[in-house]
Design a protein around this ligand. Structure first.
Ligand SMILES: NC(=O)c1ccc[n+]([C@@H]2O[C@H](COP(=O)([O-])OP(=O)(O)OC[C@H]3O[C@@H](n4cnc5c(N)ncnc54)[C@H](OP(=O)(O)O)[C@@H]3O)[C@@H](O)[C@H]2O)c1
Length: 397
């Protein structure tokens, strides 16, 4: 029985609130706080049979966060606001003695770049206070690392080649929309690609490397090599990896829109003066694009995210593919959010459950693959994201 404070009332916050509410024996009291309280209230109203508290908070204001945490006294804070707020929220957790979990690593607003160094630097501070911080517990980052740890533990003696494959085979009927916060999403996918090869990072131009990969129940999709944050922790925690890559599917229509957005300067994060007011083009663009929250109602199709691994078992080369497929419509019917928010929010709730039931603990800052994957894998299907494994198949990579 524990109190949990969720920060961020977007698509992911909606799913985390719904899923925590479904497990009252663990999450006995829930508070959802965000910049716009009316969004928290609307999510709270959509949760049947359970009352959750709501509050307004600016998560970039540490004293405000501290006051809220002191008044509610949670055991764990689940941060599903934006990556910009991670360090402010971690500071507030340290000041109030509260454990922490998030789904995306810290990014400074003025630099489109993600890396764990800023949050790993908090390890000793959390350790000294006897607190736990769990980083990146969504799907990718998150479940992708837990999948890797699970296969490494049960299917291989050593893992050598890892490909994380992320396909959204869904159709929301809009000409161009992003599936989570447009600003964060466009910053991520317009970066240079990067992958791990023989002990060093190899950089590529954005979308320079493409493979046509087959996804279960979806079919063949153009999949582009991208840099993704969990690669950084995975190559550190699995030093036997000779190669680690991340692939995401994009349609031609999507890429054409993206190219135009970049070419006309709308993806820029450099402030410009517009009629005497300083604006950031990408932040302005976010306001004109469909709100990811609004995509759910008519979203058809599925997401399919998994890990394709090659390594050795009993002296022989071996392959395995582990994945989950998630239906946008089923996610919407259950929580009012589309599949991308759902596949992020469910692992966040289950990670919180792992911590609060004593299965994942320890003082310090941890990436999810550092914990025992078994108790997570035992229950994640029951909470909405069942998984499958195929062994000794052609990985196409
Ligand atoms: N690991 C994964 O697989 C994965 C996948 C997708 C997303 N994510 C991460 O999940 C997080 C949430 O994504 P989302 O799609 O739900 O985004 P979203 O819909 O934009 O929601 C973000 C929420 O945070 C709130 N917020 C922003 N700044 C705030 C501040 N200073 N103080 C308090 N609240 C603030 C926003 O408030 P307003 O409503 O007032 O704008 C909004 O409600 C992001 O960090 C994203 O990177 C992770």
């Amino acid at each position: 029985m524990a109190k949990v404070l969720i920060i961020g009332a977007g698509g992911v916050g909606r799913v985390v609130a719904h899923k925590c509410a479904q497990v009252p024996e663990v999450f006995s009291e829930i508070m959802l706080a965000s910049r716009t309280k009316s969004k928290c209230d609307s999510i709270a109203q959509s949760i049947k049979n359970r009352t959750i508290q709501t509050a307004q908070v600016d998560a970039e204001n540490v004293p405000e966060l501290v006051a809220l945490i002191k008044s509610f006294k949670p055991e764990l804070l689940i941060n599903v606001a934006l990556p910009y707020q991670d360090l402010f929220i971690m500071d507030a957790c340290l000041e109030t003695g509260v454990n922490y979990l998030d789904t995306a690593n810290y990014e400074p607003k003025d630099e489109a770049k993600f890396e764990y160094s800023w949050q790993w630097a908090y390890h000793d501070k959390f350790k000294e206070k006897g607190l736990t911080a769990i980083l990146g517990c969504g799907f990718d980052p998150g479940q992708s690392q837990i999948y890797t740890a699970y296969l490494a533990k049960h299917y291989f003696d050593e893992i050598h080649y890892l490909d994380i494959v992320d396909c959204n085979g869904g159709d929301h009927g809009k000409a161009f929309a992003t599936n989570f916060n447009p600003e964060i999403n466009i910053r991520e996918i317009t970066q240079n690609g990067k992958y791990w090869k023989d002990g060093a990072w190899v950089e590529t131009k954005p979308h320079e490397i493409m493979r046509r990969l087959t996804y279960p129940n979806i079919g063949v999709r153009d999949s582009y090599l991208m840099y993704h944050e969990e690669l950084e922790s995975l190559v550190k925690n699995f030093p036997t990896l000779k190669q680690a890559r991340f692939w995401m599917t994009f349609g031609q229509e999507y890429l054409t829109h993206l190219r135009v957005i970049q070419n006309i300067g709308m993806a820029s994060i450099e402030p410009i003066l517009y009629k005497g007011v300083e604006i950031v083009p990408l932040q302005f663009l976010k306001e004109t694009l469909p709100n990811p929250d609004s995509l759910g109602e008519n979203y058809s199709g599925e997401t399919s995210i998994g890990c394709r691994i090659k390594g050795i078992k009993n002296g022989k080369e071996k392959t395995a593919y582990i994945w989950n497929n998630c239906s946008h419509q089923a996610a919407y019917d259950e929580t009012g959010a589309q599949g991308v928010s759902y596949t992020t929010g469910v692992p966040a709730m289950v990670g919180a459950l792992m911590f609060l039931t004593g299965k994942w603990q320890g003082p310090g800052v941890f990436n999810v693959e550092e914990f025992n994957p078994d108790p997570f894998m035992d229950v994640i299907g029951k909470y909405g994201l069942p998984w499958e494994v195929k062994e000794d198949i052609d990985l196409e990579l």
